[in-house]
Design a protein around this ligand. Structure first.
Ligand SMILES: Cc1cc2nc3c(=O)[nH]c(=O)nc-3n(C[C@H](O)[C@H](O)[C@H](O)COP(=O)(O)OP(=O)(O)OC[C@H]3O[C@@H](n4cnc5c(N)ncnc54)[C@H](O)[C@@H]3O)c2cc1C
Length: 345
């Protein structure tokens, strides 16, 4: 049932001390429907709280997703469907899959949060994105909506397939047309059960595997290597509050990139297509002089400028002000707008 005036500090990775007027966890689709019918609006769906910055107390009801079912479905040739409850911890799911020799998500090891939130921003790391394995998401509608010519009312079920999900870089239909209108209750993913496709060509994976003297890596080896790399680079939210990358990497037209390259010959860039290049927001922030900056308990992490951190007692508003200062200074120096990846509340 609902608890009143609950601190959200233990339920999100920035560790900001904010409260919600009302709070309830749900453990099944049925329990969600019943709580949703009684909850005082506005309603906010919370997963692992690893992609949120609370800048103020929440005046409404937070419903926390704790649906933790896992089911192995059909296999067709070398692929197996799995159906995972949206409240399952993402990394625990990855390790569960690896133990069952199911591949495709090992490069996404150690990303915090829940399975249900993974399609929302199409989580990605080390050359793999959620979209590469996504089959469909089962949702419950929470606000009336039209989808493919059909009208849905609160309480209705809606299934979103891979073709409908409009995946892009840190983007999906759940961040546009379906934003705030559905809760994802189950995600189905298509994993390999043999002949796994091993991706080791991104970042420091091959270097880490070589240091471990592994020549023919298994999915477990790739996962272990990525865990080690991530642990050495990213702050552990249990020790230093953060939400991972605070900003998205900007996509720019080739012409803009060429102008910048003349001025900054070392600027890192990743080609996206013939006309577009992805730049590294972390590099831009670092060059603008913010890496390691600290004001009170709000800071820009000293090992990775893309991560903003709460060293202890920072208020959400202070982190947000720092983020805006960084945004403005990158805009001034490079003429580029870096947009937050984190949801600001
Ligand atoms: C240390 C660290 C490293 C990270 N590394 C990466 C990385 O490498 N790649 C990457 O892509 N991300 C990364 N992230 C970001 C984060 O882990 C992902 O965005 C993750 O998917 C968020 O999941 P969550 O359950 O915590 O979502 P939350 O933060 O709880 O919610 C995020 C948003 O999704 C909504 N939401 C959550 N669950 C549901 C649901 N079931 N139905 C409908 N809406 C829902 C919420 O309302 C909110 O708007 C990192 C974060 C941290 C702290």
């Amino acid at each position: 049932m609902f608890q009143k005036n609950v601190s959200l500090q233990p339920f999100h990775t920035f560790g900001i001390d904010v409260k919600t007027e009302s709070f309830a966890p749900f453990h099944s689709q049925r329990e969600f429907k019943s709580l949703f019918a009684q909850a005082a609006p506005p309603i906010f769906i919370l997963g692992g709280g690893s992609n949120i910055l609370f800048t103020q107390d929440f005046k409404g009801t937070v419903l926390k997703n704790n649906i933790r079912t896992k089911r192995i479905g059909k296999s067709i040739q070398n692929q197996t469907l799995v159906h995972i409850g949206a409240g399952v911890n993402w990394h625990q799911f990855v390790r569960w899959a690896i133990r069952r020799n199911l591949g495709g998500v090992e490069n996404l090891s150690l990303i915090p949060g829940t399975v249900g939130a993974a399609p929302i921003q199409n989580i990605g790391a080390y050359g793999v994105e959620l979209k590469d394995v996504f089959a469909q998401a089962k949702c419950i509608v929470i606000k009336p909506l039209d989808h493919h010519g059909q009208h849905y009312l609160p309480g209705d079920f809606l299934t979103v397939s891979r073709d409908e999900a409009q995946f892009g870089y840190r983007h999906s239909i759940f961040k546009s047309a379906l934003k705030g209108k559905v809760v994802i209750v189950q995600v189905s993913l298509l994993l390999t059960n043999k002949n796994h496709i091993i991706h080791t060509d991104y970042g420091a994976i091959s270097k880490e595997l070589a240091a471990r003297k592994i020549k023919k890596p298994t999915i477990q080896d790739v996962s272990d290597a990525i865990i080690a790399i991530r642990e050495s680079k990213l702050p552990n939210p249990k020790k230093i509050g953060n939400s991972g990358s605070f900003f998205k990497n900007p996509y720019v037209p080739i012409k803009k990139y060429q102008e910048l390259k003349e001025k900054y010959p070392n600027i890192p860039a990743y080609p996206i297509d013939d006309n577009t290049v992805k730049l590294a927001a972390g590099w831009l922030i670092q060059e603008a002089g913010w890496k390691g900056y600290r004001d009170g308990d709000a800071g820009c992490y000293d090992k990775q400028a893309l991560v903003l951190v709460n060293y202890g007692q920072a208020k959400g508003e202070e982190i947000w002000q720092l983020a805006q200062k960084i945004q403005n200074s990158v805009k001034k120096k490079f003429g580029l707008l870096i947009e937050p990846e984190v949801n600001i509340l």
